[in-house]
Design a protein around this ligand. Structure first.
Ligand code: 13P
Length: 253
């Protein structure tokens, strides 16, 4: 089943870029967008926090939206180095990625932490992109569906709805490896995520579920046409304007 909303094509720049890069990238994407009569996708850029303002200035009123890559669960306080969701809202963001496997791995962020961060994002009036995904060991042990189901159940705040939460399935073994999941694997996990969402979210059948993990221009059309895939969360290929835009153009509208 497809959701009625346009596919969301999100670029996670991770810890890459400079102000000059951000300006060039954003302007190149705006130019490409302006050449199109109809835009059948929504485009989201998630730069590192110090580059948010330059991206915001460069995208202007193009319709490209901006997201943070993480936030703290608290509104403010003594948390050196952290950023509150309300600050990302103030900086012009509409979305925030939470629970990325690189955060879960590098900082030991468990589901309860991810859920609290997602709730803080919602409280700030923004939409969390809640990331889930199994490791290669978990997949080889046949536990992928079980692990991802548990992560979805544990990481999504109570009271979420299709307009206040997005899920991103990113198998850890497919991130940055050039080894994307197969269309069959993606379909299986996205279907199981849809099933859980239908149980725990009031309008779970309409929540957007993105796929991430080595999405490239040459596999984007196949991935984006899988049932229950409502967009992509792109890492490496989002650092190249031509590649990222090609992925967006591959989205079925
Ligand atoms: P890659 O597209 O580089 O595999 O990264 C995916 C990802 O982690 C996006 O959040």
């Amino acid at each position: 089943m497809k959701t009625p909303t346009r596919p969301l094509i999100a670029g996670n720049w991770k810890m890459n870029g400079s102000r000059a890069f951000a300006k060039d990238m954003a302007e190149a994407l705006v130019n490409r967008l302006s050449e199109r009569e109809e835009v059948g996708f929504e485009m989201l850029l998630c730069p590192p926090a110090p580059l948010i303002d330059v991206v915001r200035e460069s995208v202007g009123a193009s319709g490209i939206v901006i997201g943070g890559q993480d936030c703290h669960a608290a509104k403010q306080g003594a948390h050196t180095g952290d950023i509150a969701a309300v600050m990302l809202a103030d900086a012009g963001c509409n979305y925030v990625i939470v629970g990325h496997s690189e955060r879960r791995g590098d900082y030991g962020e468990v589901d309860a932490v991810v859920r609290d961060k997602a709730a803080a994002v919602q409280m700030a009036g923004l939409i969390p992109l809640v990331c889930v995904g199994e490791t290669v060991e978990q997949r080889e042990a046949g536990e992928a569906v079980e692990i991802v189901t548990k992560q979805v159940e544990g990481s999504i705040p109570n009271g979420s709805s299709a307009s206040t939460v997005i899920v991103a399935y990113e198998p850890v073994w497919a991130i940055g490896t050039g080894r994307s999941a197969t269309v069959k694997d993606i379909a299986e996990i996205h279907n199981s995520i849809r099933t859980v969402l239908s149980k725990i979210v009031v309008d779970g059948e309409s929540v957007r579920i993105l796929y991430g993990g080595s999405v490239k221009p040459d596999n984007a059309a196949a991935i984006l046409s899988v049932d229950n895939v409502n967009g992509a969360l792109v890492g490496g290929a989002s650092l190249n304007a031509h590649e990222f835009f090609s992925i967006a153009e591959a989205a079925p509208s």
